[in-house]
Design a protein around this ligand. Structure first.
Ligand code: FES
Ligand code: FES
Length: 161
C-alpha cells in the first residue's frame, strides 16, 4: 500500500489537513484533494503559469512544488483575494478592462498581479511585462491584461489614500 504523508497548512486563511502521496504536487493536492479547481493545470512543467499560487506571499508554479513542502506554510489561491466576500480591486480591474476571454489563464494572472503590486505599487509597463512574463494567455493578446494591471494599481492607490 502507498504510504501517505500528513500535510497541514493554511489555505486562504483557514487551517487544512490532508493526506497525500509523497510525490503529489501542490497543484494536484489543491485540485484533487481539496477541490480548488481555480488553480489550473496547463503544461505541468513550469512554463505556462496557469497553476500560479502564492506560497508564503510569493508566486510559485504549483505544478513544480511537492505538496508535502507546504506543510506549516500559507497558500493563497484566487479565492483568497476576496475582501469581505467582494471582488478585490485586481479582480474588478480584470473584468472592467475585459482582460478575460476563456479565463483559463486568469487566476494565475490575477495572483501574479497581486504579488507584483504587493512589492511595487506603481509598476511601469515594462515592469508589468517582466512580472507577467512567466504566464501565458492564448486568447487576449496581453494588451488588456497589462491595462488591467495598471488599473488595479490605480484602484489600490486610490483606496489607500
Ligand atoms: S501548469 Fe504549472 S506552469 Fe504550467
Ligand atoms: S483568456 Fe484564454 S488563455 Fe487567457
Amino acid at each position: 500500500m502507498e504510504s501517505l504523508l500528513h500535510v497541514k497548512f493554511k489555505l486562504n486563511g483557514k487551517e487544512v489537513e490532508v493526506e497525500v502521496p509523497p510525490n503529489m504536487t501542490l497543484l494536484d493536492m489543491l485540485r484533487r484533494k481539496l477541490g480548488v479547481t481555480s488553480v489550473k493545470k496547463g503544461c505541468e512543467v513550469g512554463e505556462c503559469g496557469a497553476c500560479t499560487v502564492l506560497l508564503n506571499g510569493k508566486p510559485v508554479n504549483s505544478c513544480l512544488v511537492l505538496a508535502p513542502k507546504v506543510n506549516g506554510k500559507e497558500v493563497i489561491t484566487v479565492e483568497g483575494l476576496l475582501e469581505d466576500g467582494k471582488l478585490s480591486p485586481i479582480q474588478e480591474a480584470f473584468i472592467e478592462e475585459m482582460a478575460i476571454q476563456c479565463g483559463y489563464c486568469t487566476p494565475g494572472f490575477i495572483l501574479i498581479t497581486k504579488a507584483l503590486l504587493d512589492e511595487n505599487k506603481n509598476p511601469s509597463i515594462d515592469e508589468i511585462k517582466e512580472a507577467l512574463s512567466g504566464n501565458l494567455c492564448r486568447c487576449t493578446g496581453y494588451v488588456h491584461i497589462i491595462r488591467a494591471v495598471r488599473k488595479a494599481a490605480e484602484k489600490i492607490s486610490k483606496g489607500s489614500l
